[in-house]
Design a protein around this ligand. Structure first.
Ligand code: XLS
Ligand code: CA
Ligand code: CA
Length: 437
């Protein structure tokens, strides 16, 4: 059966095309900075937003028209698998990502749930083999079920903690079966609402223990995926422990887990934490922990996680600038953790949303490559820090300095020859690079 009937394979038609069902910027085989766009970007479909989301919001019921909704239960899950592979093929997207709860209905018991998962995983494996499409990452939904009301890996109740562990165990087995490149931990319920009823120290220790158990089990079964933690400051918890990249890195370092994990960074989570996306990527990359990207954008007029398709070219450019500077995204990818608006309820909107995101990222990649090639920012940065390449500055960098030596230098009253940071000029050059693509 065909689920998306109004368009066929989306082709690259170039900038002058007026066809909404065509790429204007994303040309998978085009080489940019030594690699094809496809190799740089490694796009992925997020199963939950594309095949499960129905358009509900806190005030309104479902609006989405979806061709698989004529089925129920496991039959609907199977239809979603078919739709997913048809969609990836038509959009030319090589990867997908899912939570356990996205792919199969939850049963009355854990045994039943796992049985449902097994049926769908066998089908996914088959489709992967036939199509060559791959799993970028999978994860456990340890936040929807009411048993996780007080946390999962940071639960106040050991039975809830055990269920969370069981879901992760199954997730690791599924990831291995499907050859996932990465395995993600996102702690939607791993935080607190009030310190008045919270044992923070125990919760954090338990979370670290769960991560360690997960590493041990992955090793035991020979699942060699890259483990990723996805920071988010809040929502649904008031305060989530994995607040942002820096906090998550400090947590991993405290528990000696820093070599076992990288980060899955999401644009909307960065803005909720009061950061830009590029800031989060730079912090991760600086610590050797850039893992993968959840591509979306928030709405600056709203204070929550709206998960919109990324169309802001300034952000996609600066994102790809950071990725190129970091030497690429490695085993990660650009996962569209993005949903069409509740008002964009037609089937076609799913394709148009992904095309918008893919073109915006391809555009950003090209503009970023140009900024790097032309050393637009680098030459100014080199110049700004030049005093650390000679004399007393070089001694500081080499770790050969001391307060006494620096004081002796300061006592000669050297000239502090500060120059303008040229922010306005740089911002215009950024605009020029984007406009020139
Ligand atoms: C929610 C998160 C979630 C993770 C995977 O805000 O983005 O969807 O990406 O659990
Ligand atoms: Ca995400
Ligand atoms: Ca989100």
């Amino acid at each position: 059966m065909t689920y998306f009937t109004s368009f066929d394979k989306i082709q690259f038609e170039g900038k002058t095309s007026k066809n909404p069902f065509a790429f204007k910027q994303y040309n998978p085989s085009e080489v940019v900075s030594g690699k094809t766009m496809e190799e740089h970007l490694r796009f992925a479909v997020a199963y939950w937003h594309t095949f499960n989301a129905n358009g509900t919001d806190p005030f309104g019921s479902a609006t989405m028209i979806r061709s698989w909704d004529k089925y129920d239960g496991l039959d609907r899950s199977k239809a979603r698998v078919e739709a997913n592979f048809e969609f990836m093929d038509k959009l030319n997207i090589p990867y997908y990502c899912f939570h356990d709860a996205d792919i199969a209905p939850e049963g009355a018991t854990l045994q039943e749930t796992n049985k449902n998962i097994d049926v769908i995983v066998a089908m996914l494996k088959d489709y992967q083999k036939q199509t060559g499409k791959k799993l970028l990452w999978n994860t456990a939904n340890n936040f929807t079920n009411p048993r996780y009301v007080h946390g999962a890996g940071t639960a106040v109740n050991a039975n809830a903690y055990a269920f969370a562990a069981a879901q992760i165990k199954k997730g690791l087995e599924v990831g291995k079966e499907l050859g996932a490149e990465n395995y993600v931990f996102w702690g939607g319920r791993e935080g607190y609402e009030s310190l008045l009823n919270t044992n923070m120290a125990l919760e954090l220790d338990n979370l670290a223990r769960l991560y360690q158990m997960s590493i041990d089990y992955a090793n035991e079964i020979g699942f060699d995926a890259q483990f990723l933690i996805e920071p988010k400051p809040k929502e649904p918890t008031t305060h989530q422990y994995d607040f942002d990249a820096a906090t998550t890195i400090a947590f991993l370092q405290k528990y000696g887990l820093q070599d076992k994990f990288k980060l899955n960074l999401e644009a909307n989570h960065a803005t909720l934490a009061g950061h830009t996306f590029e800031h989060e990527i730079r912090v991760a990359a600086t610590n050797g922990m850039l893992g993968s990207l959840d591509a979306n954008q928030g709405n600056m007029l709203l204070g929550w996680d709206t998960d919109e398709f990324p169309t802001d070219l300034y952000t996609t450019t600066l994102t790809m600038y950071e990725v190129l500077k970091a030497g690429g995204i490695g085993r990660g990818g650009v996962n569209f953790d993005a949903k069409v608006r509740r008002t964009s309820f037609e089937m076609d909107d799913l394709a148009l949303g992904h095309i918008a995101g893919m073109d915006s990222f391809a555009w950003g990649l090209k503009a970023a490559a140009k900024l790097i090639e032309e050393k637009t920012f680098d030459s100014l940065i080199d110049d700004r820090y030049a005093t650390f390449t000679t004399g007393i500055g070089a001694d500081v960098v080499a770790g050969k300095s001391s307060l006494k030596a620096l004081e002796a230098h300061a006592l000669t009253n050297p000239v502090v020859d500060n120059k303008s940071g040229r922010i306005e000029r740089l911002r215009l050059q950024l605009s020029e690079a984007i406009y020139s693509v």
